[in-house]
Design a protein around this ligand. Sequence first.
Ligand SMILES: Nc1nc2c(ncn2[C@@H]2O[C@H](COP(=O)(O)OP(=O)(O)OP(=O)(O)O)[C@@H](O)[C@H]2O)c(=O)[nH]1
Ligand SMILES: [Mg+2]
Length: 446
Amino acid sequence: MLEALTQKLTNVFDRLGRKGKLSEGDIDDALRQVRMALLEADVNFKVVKEFLSSVRERAVGSEVLSSLTPAQQIVKIVNEELIAILGGEPERLASVADPPAVVLLVGLQGSGKTTTAVKLAAQLKHLGQRPLLVAADTRRPAAIEQLKLLGEQSSVPVHSEDPHVPPPVICQHALRQARETGATWVIVDTQGRLHIDEPMMKELEDMKSTLHPAEVLLTVDAMIGQDAVRVAQEFNDRIGLTGLILTKMDGDARGGAALSIRSVTGVPIKYLGTGEKMDALEAFHPDRLASRILGMGDMLTFIERAETAFDQQQAKKLEEKMRAGGFDLEDLLDQMRQIHKMGSLGRLVEMIPGFSKMSSHLDDANGERQMKKIEAIILSMTHDERRNPAMIDGKRRSRIARGSGTTPRDVNQLLNQFREIQKLTRSMTRGKLPKNMGAMFDMPTR
Ligand SMILES: Nc1nc2c(ncn2[C@@H]2O[C@H](COP(=O)(O)OP(=O)(O)OP(=O)(O)O)[C@@H](O)[C@H]2O)c(=O)[nH]1
Ligand SMILES: [Mg+2]
């Protein structure tokens, strides 16, 4: 995702990091290169200008230049300012007092409405909600079939009617069906056209006034860069949007859309589409995208948090372990306990690399439970098993499950997740970001 931009920024900061003490000139030089990188990524020039002026203002501040690690301070500032232009805090779907909550998905042709509708429904279903999909794109009969097929594959019911029925009427019927069947979410797939035009906007307006949606979400193809920003602006002006979903972030999008769209339109990004499969929809976290752009993955957040809980020395040790690929279940347990000291578990568990998938929907109570379970499983292992989880065979797995009051499936799940973490730490040590990683550990905490 956004590899080219990441590469360029990493180069700029690496060069800066090699300089040691920095002058104002060094900073300006680096910021000029950052500017180039952002413009080449097709970020809106106004956004770039404002971004750089905030970064500069903070970067030439006396505490940065006189600190021992000025380059790291600057990376930290860039990171924070990136988060700010991406919207700051993550924005969740609106909740309604009186379900079903209606989500109207709008967007140009091929932007990913139908796919995203099903992804979203599948995700809500996974969270214990009861979604109903509505085929309100009647312009092409194939669109109805596509939604029915995808809905069936994800076991989500689809309300569809004859294509001659006007979409607002279909929506009314769908709402009735939702109430009768106790659906908690109604997700409406609408027609898309190649360009914004009057008939489409009119139809969407009609649907909006029939449905009183809790959310009007626009899917935009992240690969179309600044055009995406323009499209979002027009949709927002005309029908009013509550959120954006940037699709095809897995492709070779340069980043311009992602980095400009929130600042220019004022509409929050709520999800990223990251693939064609039905599970490729991520809740949008400004901080995560920022650190991805800076080439640090979720590690940056993780390390920052870890640092406040651990002392510096422990953090160094952990870094060395990760570099050597020797991060084991014992370390994981240790970290979880440290992190536990710091409150909001759901969020913190999310930051443990590799665990974000599992925990992205956890609330705190769930996070707590999940952590207790993981802890129990690890505690039921022998010392050797924690060091070398590969030795855990079926027999050992059953024993561990019995000992921890869980099931062999739970044990397996933990082991699989742990393998993911190991893969991640290994890819880090293969040189994707070791230089920055080292630097990050020297970073004072906020
Ligand atoms: N790689 C990738 N492909 C995606 C993503 N989202 C959608 N697609 C693909 O984009 C194409 C168009 O997606 P649709 O969901 O049919 O788009 P739509 O907006 O419903 O299109 P119309 O109904 O024609 O207006 C499909 O081939 C999807 O598989 C994504 O996040 N990543
Ligand atoms: Mg469609």
